[in-house]
Design a protein around this ligand. Sequence first.
Ligand code: FAD
Length: 474
Amino acid sequence: MIKVDPLLRESYFIHYRTIMVSETAHSKNVCVIGAGPSGLVAARELRKEGHKVVVLEQNHDVGGQWLYDEKNVEGEDPLGRNPFLKVHSSVYNSLRLASPREIMGFTDFPFLMKKGRDMRRFPSHVELLMYLKDFCEWFGLRDMIRFNTRVDYVGMLDYSVCRNDLKWVVRSKEKNSDKMVEEVFDAVVVATGHYSQPKLPSIKGMDTWKRKQMHSHIYRIPEPFRNEIVVVVGNSFSGHDISIDLVGVANEVHMSSRSLNISEGLSKVISKYDNFHLHPQIESLEEDGRVIFLDGSCIKADSILYCTGYSYSFPFLDTKEMVVVDDGRVGPLYEHTFPPSLAPSLSFIGIPKKILGFPFFEAQAMWIAQLLSGKKALPSRDEMMKSIQEFYHSREIAGIPKHCTHDIGDFEYCDKYGENVGLTPIEEWRKSLCISSLINADANLETYRDSWDDDELLQEALQSPHFTQLGLED
Ligand SMILES: Cc1cc2nc3c(=O)[nH]c(=O)nc-3n(C[C@H](O)[C@H](O)[C@H](O)COP(=O)(O)OP(=O)(O)OC[C@H]3O[C@@H](n4cnc5c(N)ncnc54)[C@H](O)[C@@H]3O)c2cc1C
């Protein structure tokens, strides 16, 4: 076996990259923060476009949310109030995908079933991590990533002097080292995800309640709740999954929901389990352990688990207030991606919600790469601001609250976004499978991952060019 001196290998890659960079007149020196799905596809697209790319990733491996972390939750603040969290992933042990695998893949890399692995349509989180690792190997992305490196600061080199040729200072720290490394880049792509920083309700008595309270961010397994009376706050994806996880172990599970108008699927689960109960919102928490609900009902609980969602948070980012997070809105962002005053040298991937995530991240990555190389241009700053204001206004008129600014839920928008960078529209089967699985989940919450009635569509998907393009056997 030939042993390659790591230093030599590194210099080879640096040299290789330098050559690539000098081949294209418009290549940029780009820092991508995060090696989750968004950061990985960004790195690939940027490199494809001839840019020199460094991905800084605080964890030891790729995967982002899908890099399950059970070990470090012990050291995390249970309510996650610290903006610099110790743990990134909020994935729990029992988690299976909420979307069928066939709609999840990047456009040129289908999420295939692989023999000897989890071949289910809605596989466990482990299988998605494997898919992302396969993606990295297939496109040779690992060389671009610096692992165990957390970005602590990103700021402009001197905005007042060079507004049109912005440079970014990035300070990062390697794990187990006190040394801060400072680098300057032509562009920064923020791909740090938004399912880590707990969003908490404000409840009377919450600060003085003496018993166990935690956010779902650090929930991993049901065992610590054995024989307990648990209140689960929140009636969304994790609230459902975690309650179902707990009913077999806890004595009683009490879900507190903002609305008692619940889905057919949730009512089926509640009527199936004698120890699962539904309540309205919590009115107050009392020092003796009582939890009082808005309808006056009350229970004495051992634990409260807040499945109340996550906030956008960029604790490392200093944009001099040119990008702010306000009530779930990251803004101003043109097309959820570009801050008009700082684009294209600063961009965000993965902000939108209620979309087919991976193909959308891919389109964002392509647009950023093409803008940085000068192949494409953004409208003027004023035009971008006008478009953002019009978008906010239209949402307001439609009665959509500010915290839902980035909830897209619109295939047409995604198609237009992709078309702009040369992607073909989302396949009809992908759209239909997305809708049929949402309908199934709504009606059959406990069973939708194992039984469905869209087999015909599924067959159509599996025979489509998307699934056959790599010419690989299952
Ligand atoms: C419980 C749960 C279930 C989900 N289920 C689904 C599902 O079924 N289907 C679906 O499509 N999506 C699901 N999601 C959404 C999921 O977050 C996305 O699929 C996807 O992981 C988003 O990718 P991302 O790269 O934008 O962010 P992430 O996956 O969060 O990756 C961000 C990366 O940035 C790194 N990072 C953050 N800050 C720094 C820093 N300062 N310095 C260096 N690195 C940093 C992180 O370590 C991480 O690796 C789920 C999320 C959760 C929490």
